[in-house]
Design a protein around this ligand. Structure first.
Ligand code: DAH
Length: 345
């Protein structure tokens, strides 16, 4: 068979089959693939054209004409098939059941909730706000003066040691308690006032009951003729509201540089109700916070007249209240952020 007849036969075979091939293609991609097999760079028609060089010059016109004709037919059939697919899809969309815009939305993921430390912090703050205390904020990085000196810590107090306090390279420190806010409030506000100040604190400490970053709430009230009875009244109210009705409170003398007298506060054990258990070491009492009457020297260091003004202060660890309230055995659980733990609150 001559080259010319061979090509004509190939073209004829292609013409006889391409419509069926397009019709058999399922979906747009399959259709495009089939089209590429014929018209693509390595397609069958392209291969046939490549043989033109071997055809006698007088036959080229005939073969060229037939090839172009077939190419046009294939292109048209391909475009028709593509349009038919698009029409079918549009028809299916139009005939599909409509979206129900009244269906309730579906959340992409559970929404989460506040961390247990935040929950407990907010609850404590709310209790004090209800008693008339206003929130006062202060920085986590502060001067040694605000954190120690003006609160009456002597320069060689063990708490100021590098082993206990994180110092910055520029001579500041990460506050070791929220008592720095007492100094800031008393230096900038005129009494009478009552503030509640929650926040993060830092100490070089890490065991089952201590985390290097933890949270405290400081509360303090300054007015004329404030007595220990006012302090105890506020503590009793707090214990009732936070730990439950009838929770007993007692003050035990203790020492803090910024209060005189100072006390530690115990509540009746929330687990055994005073009968004695392992948590309260069979004493029936659990220590929950420190407090006292503001030392006149602190007033002086903040520019408040100690002859005229009196006040009380108290500070408590939020983690400790959360651990007692929910019987959490290890402070680490509060910071690991394991969802199985956090989801319980
Ligand atoms: N700042 C103390 C601490 O971190 C807690 C404290 C004790 C705060 C007595 C007070 C207070 O306001 O009066 O251990």
């Amino acid at each position: 068979m001559s080259e010319k007849d061979q090509i004509l036969a190939d073209l004829e075979r292609l013409r006889a089959g391409f419509r069926e091939r397009f019709a058999a293609a399922k979906g747009e991609q399959a259709l495009r693939d089939e089209n590429a097999k014929i018209l693509g760079k390595k397609g069958e028609l392209t291969a046939i054209l490549a043989k033109m060089g071997k055809v006698a010059p007088e036959d080229r016109k005939l073969i060229g004409g037939k090839t172009n004709e077939l190419k046009g037919e294939v292109e048209k059939a391909f475009n028709d098939a593509l349009a038919a697919l698009a029409n079918a899809k549009r028809k299916a969309d139009l005939e599909a059941p409509p979206f129900d815009l009244t269906l309730p939305g579906r959340e992409p993921a559970p929404r989460g909730h506040a961390h247990v430390i935040s929950i407990v912090r907010d609850e404590i703050v709310e209790i004090f706000e209800a008693m008339g205390f206003a929130v006062f904020d202060g920085p986590e990085i502060d001067t040694a003066a605000n954190n120690f000196d003006r609160l009456g810590f002597p320069p060689d107090h063990p708490a100021t040691d590098m082993h206990d306090t994180f110092y910055t390279t520029q001579g500041h420190l990460l506050r070791t308690h929220t008592s720095n806010i007492q100094v800031r409030a008393m230096s900038s506000q005129k009494p009478p006032f009552a503030f509640i100040a929650p926040g993060a604190c830092y100490r070089v400490d890490n065991d089952v009951t201590h985390s290097p970053m933890f949270h405290q709430v400081e509360a303090f009230l300054v007015d004329e003729n404030v007595s220990l009875a006012h302090l105890k009244g506020v503590l009793a109210e707090f214990a009732e509201r936070f730990y439950g009705k009838g929770t007993p409170v007692r003050l035990r003398p203790s020492y803090f540089p910024f209060v005189e007298p100072g006390a530690e506060v115990d509540i009746g054990c929330v687990f055994c109700k005073g009968a004695g258990c392992s948590v309260c070491k069979h004493s029936g009492w659990i220590e929950v916070l420190g407090c006292g009457m503001i030392d006149p020297r602190v007033f002086e260091s903040c520019g408040i007249d100690p002859e005229k003004w009196t006040g009380f202060a108290l500070g408590m660890g939020i983690e400790r209240q959360a651990m007692l309230r929910y019987r959490i055995p290890n402070v680490g659980l509060l910071f690991e952020n394991d969802p199985r733990f956090l989801e319980q609150f």
